[in-house]
Ligand binder design. Structure first.
Ligand code: FRU
Length: 498
């Protein structure tokens, strides 16, 4: 074992020992998610390094193994055969070298690629020299998909180009022909940018161009850019800072490999909820484009109040369900839960063709639960109601509930969590048109502390965290101001992933 590997191994063992001390206690918290991926304990943020390697899916994540708050960032690691059931693996990459070790830095977000029978990772080493942020790009490889070796001549990109600034992170790579391409998040003069590099061997990288940048209206810094071909176009997703309510954008257009520039025509939001940030995608062996996001928000976001009450239980953050991406005929991004999520389904309840009246207690006495999938298809055209929707996580006291609502007049979809518990605040909203045939389909995945909502097959997504008491498990379908026609309703109890 060389010196670099030895230092790395020591850092991993120390971090693992820290996690072991609290792991069992953390597992007892009733607010732990039942089927969303979390770290075994402590803090988690961005998913990174998504890759399918020797048939298995690998996910890494930003991980602080010493505290339920951000800092000292490592790469946690888990793998899965089906994108839904995860097996925790030892920490993959730990800070151990001067270029990637700092209490307010570490092994920042990056990407992975299965190449030459290895997993090759490019990550951002983030440190501070006094007041100066130093973000460099580094290579690590693994033959067995578990133990990672840092490249001895790291960093492979030691500094930012004139078009960027010291905020220079979140490398994401792909291969086209015999060339590797890397897109990086950066900014200059308060404009977010995605910078492009190329390489023939993943070691020598050459700066090529600004792939895309804000014109002043798309954020001050672009985090976690991800650039990929999809359904005949190219898509850039990124997590903009300084853009008010908007914290996940996609651009769809055409890419010119010669000049390294992206000409986009369409843009949209990735998720309208409060807690869905820093998503990353990968292409799996069946050529699907799959996306995972981080379920929490940063303290710089306008609606932020806290990282949530689970911090007191020594854990914080989780990873979304896998979403499969497509473009529709108007080049809007569609994000649908991967079909593998059906593996979570337990007991099913099914209704068809019902006309709902205000105040009817349609479901309440028949189904309840914290962990449910609900699919509800409304005939909007033939409904006179002003609003219709679902109450989730209802308590004994009727006013405790989370409200998923569609307003038929304003065509606004919303999730109101202001009465969910004693800490969650805010109503997330988006405009959502019924389908051409006058229907609206809502698909809801409720887990212990989160709700992922998909409207019309993934045309709009909305993800929010909530922290009700486990005893608040009532649900009800409601309408107000008239009747609402239900074409079908399916509810599945979802099984824990263990
Ligand atoms: C996004 C982000 C990234 C960075 C990482 C640090 O949530 O800020 O830009 O690499 O988190 O943990």
């Amino acid at each position: 074992m060389n010196e670099i590997d030895r230092r790395h191994q020591e850092a991993i063992e120390k971090a693992e020992a820290s996690v072991s001390q609290v792991r069992e206690e953390v597992a007892k918290d009733p607010r732990r998610m039942k089927y969303h991926l979390m770290a075994p304990a402590y803090w988690i943020n961005d998913p990174c390094g998504l890759v399918q390697f020797q048939g298995e899916y690998h996910i890494f994540y930003q991980f602080n193994p010493y505290s339920p708050l951000w800092g000292d960032i490592h790469w946690g690691h888990a793998k899965s055969r089906d994108l839904v059931h995860w097996e925790h693996l030892p920490i993959a990459i730990a800070p151990s070298e001067p270029y990637d070790t700092h209490p307010k830095g570490g092994i920042f977000t990056g990407c992975a690629m299965a190449d030459d029978d290895k997993i090759k990772v490019i990550y951002c080493g983030s440190t501070w020299a006094g007041e100066n942020l130093r973000q460099v790009q580094c290579l690590a490889t693994s033959q067995d998909g578990i133990r990672f070796h840092k490249y001895e001549h790291n960093p492979v990109i030691p500094g930012f180009p004139p078009e960027g600034s010291e905020n220079f992170r979140d490398p994401n790579i792909w291969k086209h022909g015999d060339t590797y391409y890397m897109v990086l998040g950066s900014c200059k003069d308060n404009r977010g940018k995605a910078l492009l590099y190329t390489s023939k061997d993943m070691v020598d990288w050459e700066y090529k161009s600004v792939l895309a940048e804000s014109d002043g209206s798309l954020g001050t810094m672009w985090e976690c850019p991800d650039f990929f071909p999809l359904d005949g176009k190219y898509v850039l997703i990124f997590s903009p800072m300084g853009l008010g309510k908007v914290k996940g954008l996609y651009l769809v257009g055409d890419f010119d490999y010669e000049s390294g520039t992206f000409h986009w025509q369409t843009k949209g939001e990735l998720d309208y909820g409060f807690e869905y940030y820093a998503p990353q995608t990968f292409e799996d062996n069946s050529h699907r484009r799959v996306m995972f996001g981080w379920l929490n928000s940063w303290d710089w976001m306008p609606w932020f109040t806290s990282f949530g009450p689970t911090v007191e239980q020594n854990w914080c953050g989780s990873i979304s369900l896998p979403r499969v991406l497509h473009l529709d005929e108007e080049n809007r991004l569609i994000c649908e839960p991967a079909e593998e999520t059906a593996a979570l389904r337990g007991e099913r309840f099914h209704w068809e063709s019902a006309v709902l009246l205000p105040g009817s207690r349609f479901i309440r006495d028949r189904v309840s639960g914290e962990c449910l999938e609900i699919e509800i298809k409304w005939d909007i055209l033939n409904s006179s109601a002003k609003q219709a929707g679902v109450y989730l996580r209802m308590g004994e006291e009727e006013k405790i509930r989370t409200v998923v609502q569609y307003d038929l007049g304003t065509q606004e979809l919303s999730v109101d969590r202001s009465q969910a518990d004693n800490c969650s605040k805010g109503i997330s909203r988006c405009t959502c048109l019924p389908e051409a045939d006058g229907t609206l389909t809502l698909r809801i995945f409720a887990d212990t502390s989160c709700i992922e909502l998909f409207a019309n097959g993934g045309k709009s997504c909305m993800t929010n965290l909530i922290y009700p008491d486990p005893t608040c498990d009532g649900i009800e379908i409601f309408c107000r101001g008239g009747s609402a026609k239900l074409l079908s309703l399916d509810i599945w109890k979802l099984n824990p992933i263990g």
